[in-house]
Design a protein around this ligand. Structure first.
Ligand SMILES: NC(=O)c1ccc[n+]([C@@H]2O[C@H](COP(=O)([O-])OP(=O)(O)OC[C@H]3O[C@@H](n4cnc5c(N)ncnc54)[C@H](O)[C@@H]3O)[C@@H](O)[C@H]2O)c1
Length: 279
C-alpha cells in the first residue's frame, strides 16, 4: 500500500514513522522542503534510538528510512491508496487540503484526518467523495501510544472505515471504531475529567504532587493528572477544551482559569521545561 502523510509536524512525523516501519512506501508532504527535512530528521532520530535500544536492527532502520520520500506538492500523492492529513487544527485549512486531495488522488483512495476536535463530517463536506473520508485519530507520541480512533461519519463507506482500521491494525496499533461525535471517545471523557482535576487543586488547596500521588495510589492511574497534562501540553489541552466546550457547552469542558493562566505565562508543560512541574 502506498501512503501519503500531509504535514510532518509532531503528529505527522510520528504517523509517517509508523507507516514506513510497517513497510509502506510513504510520501510526506510539507509546505517547504526545509520543514520536510526537519520531519525526516525527527523520524531518523527516533529510529536511531530504536536501534540503540535494541528494538530494531540497523538494516531495518535503513530500509524504513528508504521508504520515506518528501514533497511539497499535494499532487505527488496522486497514486497513494491512503492519505493521512495532520496539518494545523484549523477547519478552513483542512477543508482546503481535502478539496485538493479529492481532486488529485484516485477516487478509491481513502482520505483520513487526524483532527482531535474538529468535525470529520465538516472536513469531508469539502470533497465530492465524502464516502472515502474517515478520521484516524492517533495519540501523541503516535509511534508509542497504541490507540487509533477510527472515526466514521454518516457518509463514510464501510470499505473506507475497514481500510483505515486494517491499516492501523497491521501497523501494530490498537484501532477502535467510533462515530463522529465531539471528542470521539477518549477526549470526550479525558478532557472534562482532567479539567475537574485542575479545579480540585484549587478547591481542595493541594499541590499538584499530592493530587498526582492521590490518583496514582488511590485510583490506580499510571500517571497523575498534572503530570499527564504536562505531557499533553497545556496549550494543546486548553485548545481541545475550548473546542469541546464550544461544541457541547458543558461547564466542565471549559478550560480552568489556572490552565489559561499557565498558557499565557508560557508554562506549557514538558515541552517548555515548566508546567505543573519543572523538567
Ligand atoms: N499534538 C497532539 O497531541 C495531537 C494529538 C492528536 C491529534 N492531533 C492533531 O494533529 C494535527 C496536527 O497537530 P500537530 O500537533 O502535529 O501540529 P504541529 O504544529 O506539530 O504540525 C502542524 C503541521 O501543519 C503544517 N502546516 C502549517 N500551516 C500549513 C498550511 N498553511 N498548509 C499546510 N500545512 C500547514 C505544518 O507544516 C506542520 O506540518 C492537528 O489536527 C491536531 O489537532 C494533535
Amino acid at each position: 500500500m502506498k501512503v501519503g502523510v500531509v504535514g510532518l509536524g509532531t503528529m505527522g512525523a510520528g504517523i509517517a514513522q509508523i507507516s514506513v516501519q510497517a513497510g509502506h512506501e510513504t510520501v510526506g508532504r510539507e509546505v517547504t522542503s526545509e520543514l520536510g527535512e526537519r520531519g525526516r530528521a525527527t523520524i531518523e532520530r527516533y529510529l536511531r534510538r530504536g536501534v540503540e535500544k535494541g528494538r530494531m536492527s540497523q538494516d531495518d532502520r535503513d530500509a524504513a528510512l528508504a521508504r520515506l520520500s518528501l514533497t511539497t506538492e499535494l499532487a505527488d500523492l496522486a497514486d497513494c491508496d491512503l492519505v493521512i492529513e495532520a496539518v494545523l487544527e484549523e477547519l478552513d485549512l483542512k477543508r482546503q487540503v481535502f478539496t485538493e486531495l479529492d481532486r488529485v488522488t484516485r477516487p478509491d483512495a481513502v482520505l483520513a484526518t487526524n483532527t482531535s476536535a474538529l468535525s470529520v463530517s465538516e472536513i469531508a463536506e469539502a470533497t465530492e467523495h465524502p464516502e472515502r473520508v474517515v478520521g484516524m485519530h492517533f495519540f501523541n507520541p503516535a509511534p508509542v501510544l497504541p490507540l487509533v480512533e477510527i472515526v466514521r461519519t454518516a457518509k463514510s463507506s464501510d470499505a473506507a472505515v475497514d481500510t483505515a482500521y486494517d491499516w492501523a491494525e497491521q501497523a501494530g496499533k490498537q484501532p477502535v471504531r467510533c462515530n463522529d461525535t465531539p471528542g470521539f471517545l477518549v477526549n470526550r471523557i479525558l478532557i472534562p475529567l482532567l479539567n475537574d482535576c485542575v479545579r480540585v487543586l484549587d478547591e481542595a488547596d493541594v499541590p499538584p504532587e499530592d493530587l498526582d500521588k492521590a490518583m496514582t495510589n488511590g485510583a490506580g492511574w499510571p500517571l497523575g493528572p498534572c503530570a499527564l497534562i504536562d505531557l499533553i501540553g497545556i496549550d494543546v489541552h486548553v485548545h481541545a477544551s475550548e473546542a469541546l466546550h464550544g461544541k457541547l457547552g458543558e461547564a466542565q469542558m471549559a478550560p480552568p482559569e489556572r490552565l489559561v493562566r499557565m498558557q499565557q505565562e508560557g508554562r506549557l508543560g514538558r515541552k517548555s521545561g515548566q508546567g505543573f512541574y519543572r523538567y
